[in-house]
Design a protein around this ligand. Structure first.
Ligand SMILES: Cc1ncc(COP(=O)(O)O)c(C=O)c1O
Length: 443
């Protein structure tokens, strides 16, 4: 169900970028701080289903969802209706001043849909990074300990604490230090590049380092993306997450799943932790939570969540009523429209295309990911040497032909696919025809 009036077809009426986009880009360069980059040089006018329409009238296929945000589409009917109704009622009172029902309803919904049947609480914020920071605050308040462990290739955001937690220097950290203390990095599980170490062995390796270099008694939280996002869509080997979670439980360490990118049906489960039955103590969500409105959350065990003192958590805009209305509508859409199953169907379709390509072209070194969060790691033919140039050239080729694809990865050599779950099969097929042609033409 696209539910939008936009014709669901790729169509180019100018070269890309068109004249109006070029004009706006010239204005952007003189008005917007140059630290804010843009991936595709076209300016959006409308979006919905699996299509982004630019200001010149070109229709592009969306394989990015605004970085995994518009899971239900960029103008999902229930979201549009709920937001419109809420804007007319009131835009803001601040939940910490005069609370409103929708915030409570979002907390109830999150407590219901996140992994585990235990008693839970939720708190709402604006961005993924803000929620990650607050998960660390909550874990520290609960444990009375300082240290936080994160992993190689991790991405947790761009605020000061989350920069310390993020692995990659350029562009996220370079020149922006000093960073927050008491953040330690452990080795993860990267099946394509760690010689096939199995999940339990990879967890044992991480735990050994944590015990020797930090000490479990000093550790407040272990924060992990169940499938790493910006780091390269790295799905750990089976058994890695459950082993870490049970070590945390045995040692009083708060296990925090950062599901900012993987949450809300994206990976073919409501949450990526669900696949192996991992129940995190705290789960951090954002992105797909509210159909494009800025909202994020920390949800978790009541006794941990209730540790901070009254007034210790919050923020002026956290759980803004328009974002809450959108979240309730987005969640209803995910459940009523069967979007978890849709993500799995998208995986079948896209994975088949990618495997067909990788079977004949050894530059596609590893096809991976789950649901509608899939990627291919590009390497020099016949080797595992990362090829970021190929990733750049293929994505540029796609952009010029009206297909929005994103890259990621510590080595910048991963093409990632994050279509809205409202995309049609026809658009997916068209997009992957373009990508297939790109690999044929770019040598
Ligand atoms: C796993 C993960 N955590 C945190 C963040 C930060 O979210 P935000 O950009 O909303 O601050 C991101 C953003 O890409 C993410 O993928």
């Amino acid at each position: 169900m696209t539910g939008v009036s936009l014709e669901q077809k790729r169509r180019l009426v100018t070269d890309l970028p068109g004249p109006r986009s070029q004009e706006l880009m010239a204005r952007k360069l003189t008005a917007v701080a140059s630290g804010v980059g843009t991936t595709v040089p076209v300016f959006a006018a409308r979006a919905g289903g699996g299509i982004v329409v630019d200001v010149d009238g070109n229709q592009l296929i969306d394989l990015g969802s605004g970085i995994a945000v518009t899971t239900v589409g960029a103008s999902a009917p229930r979201v549009v209706a709920a937001v419109t109704e809420q804007v007319e009622a009131f835009t803001h009172t601040c939940f910490m001043v005069t609370p409103y029902e929708s915030y409570v309803a979002v907390a109830e919904a999150l407590n219901r849909v996140t992994p585990g049947d235990h008693e839970k609480r939720s708190v709402l914020f604006n961005s993924g990074a803000e929620a990650v920071e607050n998960a660390v605050k909550i874990a520290r308040a609960h444990t009375g300990r300082d240290a936080v462990v994160v992993f190689d290739h991790a991405y947790h955001g761009r605020t000061n604490l989350t920069m310390a937690m993020t692995a990659k220097n350029m562009p996220y950290k370079h020149g922006f230090g000093p960073f927050a203390p008491e953040v330690y990095r452990a080795p993860g599980s990267y099946p394509y590049r760690d010689g096939g170490v199995d999940g339990r062995a990879a967890a044992a390796r991480a735990i050994d380092q944590i015990e020797k270099q930090i000490g479990a008694d000093n550790l407040a939280a272990l924060v992990i993306e169940p499938i790493q996002g910006e780091g390269g869509f790295i799905a750990p080997a089976t058994g890695f997450l459950p082993a870490l979670a049970s070590w945390c439980r045995a040692n009083g360490v708060v296990f925090v799943a950062d599901e900012v990118q993987t949450g809300f049906a994206r990976t073919g489960d409501m949450f990526a932790c669900d696949r192996e039955g991992v129940v995190p103590d705290l789960i951090v969500t954002a992105k797909g939570i509210a159909g494009g409105l800025p909202l994020s959350a920390v949800t978790g065990r009541a006794e941990i969540m209730d540790a901070p003192h009254v007034g210790g958590l919050g923020g002026t805009y956290g759980g803004n009523p328009i974002a809450c209305a959108a979240a309730l509508a987005a969640l209803e859409t995910i459940e009523a429209d069967g979007l978890v199953a849709r993500a799995r169907a998208i995986e079948d379709r896209v994975r088949t295309r990618l495997l067909r390509l990788s079977g004949t072209d050894s530059r596609l070194g590893d096809v991976r990911g789950r649901g509608a969060m899939l990627a291919v790691e590009l390497v020099r033919a016949g080797s595992q040497e990362p090829d970021p140039r190929l990733a750049r050239d293929v994505s540029r080729y796609a952009h010029q032909r009206g297909v929005i694809v994103l890259t990621c990865g510590t080595y910048g050599n991963v093409l990632r696919f994050l279509p809205p779950l409202s995309i049609s099969d026809e658009l997916l097929d068209d997009a992957f025809d373009v990508l297939t042609a790109a690999f044929e033409e770019i040598r």
